[in-house]
Design a binder for this molecule. Structure first.
Ligand code: G6P
Length: 369
């Protein structure tokens, strides 16, 4: 595999820019050319068990855990399966109740994270079906699961995960749509429409990458912040968590992600004219609610940087900065809206003189407890 930085200054930037291709690699050969169906060879043998599943338990750490939270929305909405998303490090030391018809999904870029591996070992004697969503073929987690789907994002070097995240969500989307259709929750028409949306992701990511200069300017404005808040609703809440994680891990700015409505239960007390608040305010079902949340921040003099849908007017009139992303169906919106937050964290870290690819105290793969 090609592991040099090519034209890029850092692996993280290269990996951010690879995402149109890596997402495509994730669905290549799995989505029929005519977009009429999804085929996931790695889980076809266990499909009867998957269709019987009454519950999904996702175990993961870090960015992979955030992908799991996006998966929760996808499985609930499109396959109507209840989901629990667990920190592998907590799950392994609990006394979890596992049913025979549970489906356990371990998500791990490296496939070697000690806590995630321990979490699946914890349930190996149960009768639940255990799947892996890993990036590294032949990794420990992929070997110790019953079946799985590789993300095929290619080797990821930057400690802050970027392309692995969008590929994990791509796999989760394919799984949710496939199960939803097989369970007859999604009509063939809805299924094909959603598959088509998925195939639009690479081009929509390209459109966001094309406005990197504009995002870099916003980064320059906030590079000296000491704190930052990220807020979103629905499946964009995990995107807020992931945006905050990117910023803190590479720029060392304290950042927190919140479901927007929870702001009033604490974080809003932190808001003053020095606090940047990154708001995910796309034109989805939560749009009006997000507008109120943005007003609450502005009323306390916070600085609002909003990720909005192209052509937005209402948020633009309130926010200090907007980042316009292409119109995206709610099923794919997390994959598109994380891109500006990755770019923003990268440029802020760079301007602060941080070691973007190898942040202090962090490891790419945490194979010890
Ligand atoms: C480390 C990495 C993160 C990653 C997490 C889980 O903390 O720095 O980028 O999300 O481990 O890793 P995994 O390989 O299991 O996805």
């Amino acid at each position: 595999e090609n592991i040099d930085k090519g034209e890029y200054e850092h692996f993280m930037l290269k990996e951010i820019h690879e995402q149109p291709v890596t997402v495509q690699e994730t669905f290549r050969g799995r989505v029929a050319m005519d977009e009429s169906k999804i085929f996931l060879g790695g889980i076809s043998d266990v499909m009867p068990k998957l269709l019987e599943a009454k519950r999904i338990v996702i175990v993961a750490c870090g960015t992979s855990w955030h992908a799991g939270l996006v998966g929760e929305y996808l499985f609930e909405k499109y396959a109507r399966i209840p989901v629990e998303v667990e920190y592998a490090s907590e799950f392994r030391y609990r006394d979890p109740i596992i049913f025979d018809n549970d489906l356990i999904i371990a998500i791990s870029q490296s496939g070697e994270t000690a806590d995630t591996l321990a979490a699946i070992r914890k349930v190996k004697d149960s009768r639940a079906t255990i799947l892996g969503i890993c990036n590294v073929a032949g990794s420990s987690i992929s070997r110790e699961t019953h079946a799985g789907v590789y993300t095929h994002a290619g080797i990821e070097i930057g400690v802050a995960s970027t392309k692995a995240f969008t590929s994990q969500i791509t796999v989760l989307t394919m799984m949710a749509l496939l199960l939803g259709h097989k369970k007859q929750i999604l009509s063939t028409e809805e299924y094909q429409k959603l598959i088509h949306e998925l195939t639009l992701v690479p081009d929509k990511i390209r459109e966001v990458l094309a406005i990197e200069d504009q995002i870099e300017k916003i980064a320059a404005t906030y590079k000296d912040a000491s704190n930052a808040l990220y807020m979103g609703r629905g499946a964009l809440f995990p995107v807020a968590l992931e945006g905050a994680l990117k910023l803190k891990e590479i720029s060392y700015i304290h950042a927190e992600g919140y479901p927007a409505a929870e702001m009033k239960h604490g974080p809003i007390a932190l808001i003053d004219e020095k606090m940047p608040v990154f708001a995910l305010a796309l034109n989805d079902n939560n749009y009006e609610k997000m507008i109120s949340n943005i007003q609450e921040v502005k009323a306390r003099k916070g600085k609002v940087i909003a990720v909005v849908t192209k052509g937005d007017k209402a948020v633009k009139s309130m926010a200090d900065h907007v980042i316009e992303i292409p119109e995206a169906h709610e099923a794919i919106a997390p994959m598109i809206s994380i891109i500006p937050l990755q770019i923003l964290a990268y440029h802020i870290a760079l301007m602060r003189g941080c070691n973007v690819d190898q942040p202090r105290n962090l490891a790419k793969s945490v194979t010890v407890e």
